[in-house]
Design a protein around this ligand. Structure first.
Ligand SMILES: *Cc1c(COP(=O)(O)O)cnc(C)c1O
Length: 232
């Protein structure tokens, strides 16, 4: 851990984002970097936080909750739950989490709305869509997306901010491009319907290996772990 240079890692990632934006005529300001701190200690998060970074992501409720508690005095830090969601654990998140980026189905969305109401907070949500044709399914199927967003229109404690997707792991990055493109097209289709509550202003896609392709295809949020915190 100590031999990981978080400062230079973070600036390298920022430079990658800038270069990718420049290559496709976008502004780096359009991109939110979520630093994925899973398996890493609070000290590492603290160090990255001290560099001015505010968005952090974790993929397990049992790891995210104690980390949020540890940093609860920091009112600027923004926490994202990015991993597989079990509906029975959502109640542990809603007091402190700011974004839940991996909502796959109606049951989870309803539970977030219910628990967020009890916590007296509105929570930002991304619907996770299965964009890789892999057997292990994460996220809803594209055809189920409209009904989910529609349902969210009547949920005052969730705000659907957009979509999230995880591409398959490929050596040839051109194989992930159509997966990202599909997610952007889905967002555009849904956005065109003019929902009242759902703002659909975010597309979370791209990780350490494929963030450039994701940005070229329209990502507004990239989730980067190992390039910042070192390998796990
Ligand atoms: C771990 C994780 C990431 C970050 O992965 P890296 O390859 O380390 O950048 C992004 N998204 C999700 C959902 C993850 O679980």
């Amino acid at each position: 851990m100590s031999n990981v240079d978080l400062k230079s890692n973070l600036s390298e990632v920022a430079a990658r984002i800038e270069n990718a934006c420049r290559a496709c005529d976008r502004s780096p300001e359009e991109i939110t970097l979520v630093a994925v701190s899973k398996t890493k200690p609070n000290e590492a998060i603290e160090a990255v936080r001290k560099l001015g970074h505010i968005h952090f992501g974790e993929n397990k409720v049992q790891e995210l909750v104690p980390k949020m508690e540890h940093f609860s005095g920091d009112d600027k830090i923004i926490w994202h739950m990015i991993g597989g969601l079990q509906s029975n654990k959502i109640k542990y998140l809603t007091d402190e989490v700011d974004w839940i980026d991996s909502v796959p189905k109606l049951k989870a969305l309803k539970e977030i709305n219910k628990r967020a109401e009890q916590s007296g907070r509105e929570i930002n949500v991304l619907i996770q869509v299965n964009i890789s044709d892999e057997d292990q399914k994460f996220g809803c199927e594209p055809e189920d997306l409209p009904a989910l967003i529609e349902a969210g229109e009547n949920m005052p404690f969730v705000r659907i901010r957009g979509l999230m997707g995880i591409a398959s792991l490929e050596e040839d990055l051109e194989k992930v491009r159509p997966q990202f493109r599909k997610l952007r097209e889905l967002l555009q289709q849904e956005k065109a319907k003019g929902y009242k509550r759902a703002s659909l202003d975010h597309l979370s896609m791209g990780m350490t290996n494929d963030l450039e392709v994701a940005i070229e295809e329209g990502a507004t949020m990239v989730r980067v772990g190992s390039a910042i915190f070192g390998s796990r």
